[in-house]
Design a protein around this ligand. Structure first.
Ligand code: IMP
Length: 427
């Protein structure tokens, strides 16, 4: 049985957590494939709200869950989440598997992330300042510390000496910050090792065996397509590969083991951090959407920028991920608007219009949105979808050539409607 990938189709915060949580009910293994504690998932189950950053959402549903090699793990955050979930009665041991090849977010990565952003000033990326970029940079430079290094005190000591010596030069000479002491870091990380040892695993074999045994494997991405390091709106991106192919790379399985790709998109768009955003709403509706959608960052509390639905960017997401169906979330946030602009094309500086996402950054930076205005439904969404809401969904399906199979209409798992292709809804 091929695996399913759930991918963010916009700039992150699409509500993937809720969709993963829903699909996890019918899955055997849930795998997080990139990112680290920069992602924030809020899941509401039976009136209980869970906010997790590092642990895969599947744990909330009581499913075996894995963190792949393509993730970065902040051990302090992971342990505090384990403590919290266990304290609330959830099982973690025997359910959570962490790849020994995943890299660790070290305290200097957090320090460097903040220092680099401050130095960039008005050119800053607007990162979450959780050390993500520096952790992936050290991985690529090959001075990173991996989860499996925690299991061998001698190797840990050697690798830390190398990494700290290198990092302290940057911290002291470039950023005028305090250096780190190897002995202190060794001590804290040996304590982390004792707590995390039972969770360290070979996650490639784990997934391979699950797929051979015909188990249902779900991959969950963090962030979103437009934050992808290779294909997103660089440099305003994260440092990993949120696109669907990232799942195969992270878990060390062939791409032919993936069958379905579910793209998750909000019925509008949000973006945190800097960077161009063509369909950004001008005027008071921006604040209104933010209020109605509670658009404040789960991790940083920052205000999210709000935009009308952008079909050009979504078409791009369908292409680069191979999206086979879409989950459209937070449709209820649009319920009070009489008119709903949808961005159907971009107008480029030379006056030409395009339905395709511009390959060149300057075209994207300077393009203007071309909106088509759809009629709102101006009513609360209760049992099924009002006709105009169904029309909004159909418009998206026709523009993209992909079915919308799930629609989010409220905070809880129960408020996700499964759409039948005859246009009827069922809960
Ligand atoms: P970093 O991942 O902290 O390095 O941040 C890089 C960019 O990705 C910034 O624009 C962040 O706002 C954005 N970003 C990172 N994680 C998330 C997320 O979970 N949701 C939305 N944006 C994110």
């Amino acid at each position: 049985m091929p695996a399913t990938v759930i991918v963010g189709a916009q700039w992150g915060d699409e509500g993937k957590g809720k969709i993963v949580d829903l699909l996890a009910q019918d899955s055997d293994l849930v795998c997080r494939y990139q990112g680290g504690p920069n992602a924030g998932h809020t899941i509401v189950v039976a009136g209980e709200t869970y906010k997790i950053r590092q642990i895969p959402t599947g744990i909330i549903a009581g499913k075996r869950s894995a963190i792949g090699a393509g993730c970065v793990v902040d051990p302090a955050v992971l342990i505090s989440e384990l403590d919290e979930l266990e304290g609330r009665g959830l099982r973690t041991e025997g359910l959570l598997y962490v790849s020994g090849n995943a890299h660790l977010v070290m305290p200097w990565h957090v320090a460097l992330d903040g220092a680099r952003e401050r130095r960039l000033g008005r050119l800053q990326i607007g990162t979450t300042r959780r050390g993500i970029g520096p952790a992936y940079a050290d991985k690529a430079t090959r001075i990173g510390i991996r989860v499996q290094d925690l299991l061998d005190p001698k190797i840990l000591q050697q690798k830390l000496e190398l990494a700290v010596a290198e990092t302290n030069i940057w911290l002291q000479r470039v950023y005028r910050l305090e250096p780190f002491e190897v002995s202190e870091i060794v001590e804290t990380h040996l304590a982390f090792a004792a707590r995390l040892r039972p969770f360290v695993a070979d996650t490639s074999i784990l997934v391979d065996r699950a797929l051979r045994a015909e188990e249902r494997v779900l991959f969950e991405g963090a962030q979103g397509t437009l934050l992808d390091l290779d294909h997103g709106t660089y440099p305003f991106v994260t440092s990993s590969s949120p696109i669907a192919a990232g799942a195969a790379v992270s878990f060390g399985i062939g791409p032919n083991r993936i069958g379905e790709v579910v793209g998750v998109a909000k019925a509008y768009v949000t973006r945190v951090g800097e960077g161009p955003f063509p369909s950004e709403i001008e005027g008071p509706a921006n604040n209104r959407v933010r209020e109605l959608g509670h658009e404040f960052g789960t991790v940083t509390g920052r205000e999210r920028r709000c935009g009308w639905l952008d079909l050009v960017a979504l078409r791009f997401a369908v292409r680069v991920n191979g999206i086979t169906s879409l989950a459209l979330t937070k449709l209820d946030v649009l319920s009070e608007f009489a008119e709903l602009p949808v961005c159907v094309r971009y107008r480029l500086l030379d006056g030409n219009e395009t339905e395709e996402f511009p390959a060149h950054q300057s075209d994207f930076h300077h393009c203007r949105p071309v909106f088509e205005t759809l009629t709102g439904w101006e009513a609360e969404i209760e049992e099924g979808l009002p006709a105009a809401a169904r029309g909004y969904v159909s418009f998206v399906e026709q523009a993209l050539g992909v079915p919308v199979t799930l629609v989010g209409t409220g905070a809880s798992r129960e408020r996700v409607l499964a759409l039948r292709q005859d246009g009827r809804t069922r809960l």
